[in-house]
Design a protein around this ligand. Structure first.
Ligand SMILES: [Zn+2]
Length: 331
């Protein structure tokens, strides 16, 4: 079963290793994603997020972006027979017959643009095709739904509704839509989500978020949000992070289980329809006990969906067809 994954943090792990002088090769490593694992998992495309944590890189977020974008382009140059950069609808049409794994550059932290749409346009020229306005820090564009110190322990949910997009954030929404750079609302505050609904016109994505009705974490989407995204023709990537999947009250012992992924998947499709759901693993950004421990384990998730009674056609939609259609229509 082919896989199209909307979010991973592998580039930032490669950057940390490079800056620390640690050897870490993309071809084969002990992360959750490497080239060997992507092949084993039968990947069609991986979105590679440039993740910037402002706690570490507030002094120069654009440099943190540039270092990761350089790693991304070096990976493409080192593996020309195995990887193919995807930027356009035409690239997507060529991808399946290329025999290569697609690689799309994305961003998780809009502060890398230094609040300047000229920088945004240059990042688009480097291949960026999707961006979250925030990670877990407030920035010049918007307010996030949780802050770094308690990002993984917000329980039960305390969503931020009073602070959303700034004036600059609204300008960014308009420019991203003009460029056809996809807006990604994962990590955005509830207020920010509804500002995006208000100020955007095109379909948008939540690249790695689950259902709040199932697991009451503010990183997850409410049913109203799922419905609003469905009305717009949006896309939601199922996140494998235990904190967002497992609703157990004992928050110190949550685990990432296939059975919970099935429950979230079913709920998101019950509310938003079969065309809305995709995958957003969050690999190399999540840790702990994971039944799907890395890209190589994706056949186990397909098997879990089969056992839950999902048809082969529906599993194909979740695994790659919905995302493929979305990006072909909206890039
Ligand atoms: Zn994230």
């Amino acid at each position: 079963m082919k896989v199209w994954d909307l979010h991973c943090d592998t580039l930032s792990e490669l950057r940390y290793a490079e800056n620390d002088g640690r050897e870490l090769r993309f071809g084969k490593n002990d992360l959750q994603i490497d080239l060997e694992r992507l092949k084993k998992g039968d990947y069609l495309l991986q979105c590679f997020a440039v993740f910037v944590n402002l706690t570490r890189d507030r002094h120069d977020p654009l440099k943190a972006f540039m270092e990761q974008a350089d790693i991304f382009h070096r990976l493409l140059a080192e593996h020309p027979d195995e990887l193919m950069q995807v930027c356009t609808p035409e690239d997507i049409r060529l991808l399946p017959s290329s025999g290569k794994i697609g690689a799309m550059l994305t961003i998780e932290e809009g502060a890398v643009c230094l609040d300047d749409v000229r920088v945004l346009r240059n990042l688009y020229r480097l291949g960026v095709r999707m961006m979250t306005l925030t990670w877990n820090h407030e920035n010049g564009l918007a307010y996030p739904n949780s802050v770094p110190d308690n990002a993984y322990s917000v329980w039960p949910s305390h969503p931020v509704t009073d602070k959303g997009l700034t004036e600059k954030g609204i300008e960014f929404v308009e420019e991203m839509e003009r460029l056809h750079m996809i807006l990604d609302v994962s990590h955005l505050s509830d207020g920010g989500f509804w500002d995006v609904v208000k100020y955007s016109r095109r379909p948008f994505v939540a690249s790695h978020s689950d259902a709040r009705a199932i697991c009451g974490h503010c990183r997850n989407l409410t049913d109203d949000m799922i419905r609003a995204m469905a009305e717009r023709g949006g896309l939601i990537g199922l996140n494998y992070c235990a904190s967002f999947l497992d609703p157990s009250e004992d928050r110190d012992h949550v685990t990432s289980k296939i059975s919970d992924m099935v429950i979230h998947a079913r709920h998101i499709m019950d509310v938003g329809g079969e065309d809305i759901l995709a995958l957003g693993s969050d690999f190399d950004g999540i840790e702990g006990e994971l039944e799907i421990a890395g890209a190589q384990d994706m056949p186990k998730l397909a098997e879990g969906f089969r056992k839950a009674g999902f048809s082969e056609a529906l599993i194909e939609k979740i695994f790659y067809r919905n995302a493929m259609r979305f990006f072909e229509e909206n890039l």
